[in-house]
Design a protein around this ligand. Structure first.
Ligand SMILES: [Zn+2]
Length: 255
C-alpha cells in the first residue's frame, strides 16, 4: 500500500501531496515517527545506477539525508572536484524546521567540467547526483542541439525552510535539492527554463524544449533524483527545474 499511495507518480500532484501529509500524520500518530527527526546514522548503500532513495518503506520520513558510506571517496572516483563543507543538523522548533545535512560538500567541478554560476553547497548524495546530471545534460544537449553544455545557472540549494505550497519541510532545508534555471551551450547559446521549456500542452517541436523534457524525464526515470519538478508541476516552477533526493518520489517531469 505504501508503494501504491506514496509513490506520487501516478496521482494528481495536489492530491498526492495532500495524501502524503495525511499519511505522514497517520504514521506519526501510530508509530511515533517524527518527520523532523535527525538522520539516523545507518548507512545507505547506493545501487549501481540508482542514486536516489527509491525504497517505498520510508517514503513518509522527511528528515536530513542518511549517511552514505565513503561518499567523498565515491565523488573522487567520479572525478568530482569538491571542498568539504559543514552544515550541522540542528533540531527544529515551533518556528524553524530541522535543517542541515550530515555530509555536505561544495561542488566545484564535475566529471565533464561544466561550470556553475556559483559552486553549489549540497549534501554528498546530491553531489553524486550532480555528477550524473552533467552527463545526462551533455548527452541530451548533444542529441537535440548538437552541442555539449558549458555552464549551468543554479538558483539555490541550501535554504532552511518549508515548502512554498505544502506544510512539509523542503529538501532545500537539508541541502538535498537544487534549482536549475538555465544552461549555456559550448557555443554560447543560453537556454533558460523560462524561455525554452515550451508550451505545456502538446508535444514540442523545438529542440530546446525537447532537450529540457528529455533531461527531466531521464533524471527521474533513471533514479538520479527522486523528485524532479518542472514547469509541468505548477506556476512556481515556470522558470526553474527543482531536483532533490527526498525519500518520497514526485515525478513532475511530465504532463
Ligand atoms: Zn527548489
Amino acid at each position: 500500500m505504501l508503494r501504491g499511495v506514496l509513490r506520487l507518480t501516478g496521482m494528481g500532484f495536489r492530491a498526492a501531496a495532500f495524501s502524503l501529509v495525511m499519511l505522514m500524520c497517520a504514521f506519526q500518530a501510530k508509530a511515533g515517527v517524527k518527520p523532523d527527526a535527525p538522520a539516523s546514522a545507518s548507512a545507505v548503500a547506493l545501487n549501481a545506477g540508482v542514486l536516489a532513495d527509491v525504497d517505498p518503506g520510508n517514503d513518509y520520513v522527511v528528515a536530513p539525508p542518511e549517511l552514505i558510506v565513503d561518499c567523498e571517496a565515491k565523488l573522487r572516483a567520479l572525478g568530482v572536484v569538491f571542498k568539504p563543507a559543514e552544515l550541522p543538523v540542528k533540531a527544529g522548533n515551533a518556528k524553524r524546521p530541522t535543517c542541515g545535512a550530515p555530509q555536505a560538500v561544495v561542488f566545484q567541478r564535475g566529471p565533464t567540467k561544466i561550470r556553475y554560476n556559483s559552486a553549489p553547497i549540497v549534501s554528498c548524495g546530491m553531489a553524486l547526483g550532480l555528477a550524473r546530471f552533467e552527463q545526462v545534460l551533455n548527452e541530451e544537449a548533444t542529441r537535440y542541439l548538437g552541442q555539449p553544455v558549458a555552464r549551468v545557472e543554479q538558483g539555490g540549494t541550501y535554504n532552511c525552510r518549508k515548502m512554498a505550497r505544502f506544510d512539509l519541510v523542503s529538501e532545500h532545508a537539508y541541502a538535498n535539492a537544487i534549482d536549475i534555471r538555465s544552461v549555456t551551450l559550448k557555443n554560447g547559446r543560453k537556454l533558460s527554463v523560462l524561455q525554452s521549456f515550451g508550451k505545456l500542452d502538446g508535444e514540442p517541436k523545438r529542440p530546446e524544449a525537447r532537450f529540457w523534457r528529455s533531461v527531466a524525464n531521464r533524471l527521474y526515470d533513471e533514479g538520479t533524483f527522486s523528485v524532479v519538478i518542472t514547469p509541468f508541476f505548477d506556476a512556481l516552477h515556470k522558470d526553474h527545474i527543482h531536483l532533490d533526493q527526498a525519500r518520497y518520489r514526485v515525478d513532475g517531469s511530465r504532463r
